[in-house]
Design a binder for this molecule. Sequence first.
Ligand code: ADP
Ligand code: MG
Length: 643
Amino acid sequence: MPGRLQNYTISIKEKPLAASAEQILKEYFGYGSFRPHQGRLIEAVLAGQDVLGVMPTGAGKSLVFQVPALACKGTTIVVSPLISLMKDQVDALRQSGVEAELLNSSLLPDQKKQVMGRVSEGRSKLLYVAPERLEDAGFLALCQSIDVPLVAVDEAHCVSQWGNDFRPSYSTIPAFIAKLAKRPVVCALTATATGDVREDIVRSLALREPLVSVAGFDRENLYLGVLRPEPAKKRQALLAQVKKHKGESGIIYCSTRAATEEVQAMLQEQGLAATIYHAGLQDVERKRNQDDFLYDRKPVMVATNAFGMGIDKSNISFVIHYNMPSDLESYYQEAGRAGRDGSPADCVLIYNSKDVQTVNYFAEKGHEERLAAGMDSGLSAALYSRDLGRIRKMTSYCKTSDCLRSFILRYFGESDTPYRCERCSSCEAESEVLDVTVEAQKIISCVLRLEQRDRAFGRVMVVDVLRGSAAQNILRLGLDSLSTYGIMKDVPKAFVHAVLDALLEAGLLAVSDGKYPVIGCTAAGRGFLKQAEPFCVKMATAKTQTEVEEPAAAGRSRSAGVTGGVALEGIDQDLFARLKALRLEIARAQELPAFVIFHDSTLAEMCVKRPKTTEEFLTVSGVGQKKTELYAKDFLDCINAGC
Ligand code: ADP
Ligand code: MG
């Protein structure tokens, strides 16, 4: 359809044709409407304003520059940090009939020349490059000779030294822009940006009076779960989750290489195909394993946190954490790789208190390594203390019986008030509100008594004293003579810990920083003892706390949910499976990942609408002009004649 594009071509700053962006969305991408934030950002870009879009993973950031790129004269330059990201996006754009190119180190000199030739002839609407390319004289000369209406900076947090993924070469972007014949509009996009990082992006990229649009962090299609099996049942809990999602694509995150290998072996023993990814593998093997996963040859990836950045696979339907990560930022980012296509997906964390020791150890090691590398000791200590604080928050998430979604959103500063989402393991668990005023008073009194000694004590000691333990160190220190010794001897240990956690969460007790955190009483805790106000906690009932064998206990299967607005429950599963097989065949023939052809949500909608003609086929969300030309016949045949 190259001719039709001309109708929409406008130059930035002219008033855009009212319907053009929407027409492009439908014609090329097959979608009926913009998502919130996309529309605002695109409108601003088309009006010539710089933008910074902060939207969670899967919210649809790519269209924010792809649609304007199609609406404008010239070639949009997209700066992207990873080769795999560029390749997926360019493959997907070409499938949609968009002329897109990439230039990176994976190309041979000849291929590079061809790409540059096509770009200089003005044939490409988008050109993806790694930031290092911007310093290349030949590349700069090329960009100076063509129209560049827009520069898009994807994963823009890489420009900030405060972020986790700082890439020094991102700092060269403003100098590159300044050398272009005419200053383009600049569009920066990221999923992860706190206020500091946001300001840093605007400053470092020298954005001019940008529209900053921040979308909510909630990912409604994700089910959030925490399982707390007994240590001996941890493997069983994992297997139950993986079996529940048999045949679906998923990631299992582990905290160490050894654990990834152990989990992979365990799955293989059960006849579940899984591949593996960690920093200890050779490059070739890592690449092969990643491709096995991306191309759906192996549905499950078992990996350390080295895996994931740049993985845009849209049909991941579960992410299981076999170990607790070190902070909620990492957790939400990793879990958020599920359900990018908007289909329901499960994010389940299997908690074991041993993991707390592991992440503490890593934090301490990080501190030692920074010191060995010559970092200022005060600065490193501050970072260490920040890390320990994050670990405590992560641990609270694993233990809370509050709504998990609400916990995460509060952590990211989105709301102060807890609510019930009804789509997390806390909301689903049978729980009861217990009045634990007396228990709370006992615990706080004990902490106060211990504080009167001339040394501080950790939580294990506090609980042991309350329960009248006869451990040697307690007797040696004479703690058995305290008036609070043994006053909770009939209360189960786990319950004492749970009330203690609730007191910490409520700020009546506090825990110190450092390697051996100690418990202290706050002013609010002292006030509580004096006023004797009631103190209640919500606790999951014993049954739902430990239930792991029954897969339905956590998460919902994808097949019982909705995908992209279409309920999967009622659709013809047989037809759905046939459409998936057809998609896989087409994808393999072109050496492309299946989701680049059509998303699951698009196939599901085909099952419901059962289009008979190409016109009807075009009305399915995710089907544009080009894909109709390429695939309508095969899919219509499959739907109507069976295949
Ligand atoms: P992000 O970069 O924000 O993580 P992507 O740009 O990769 O997200 O988009 C995520 C998914 O959402 C893609 O599969 C994309 O096709 C889909 N998507 C984006 N915008 C829309 C829309 N307006 N309607 C339907 N699907 C959309
Ligand atoms: Mg993206």
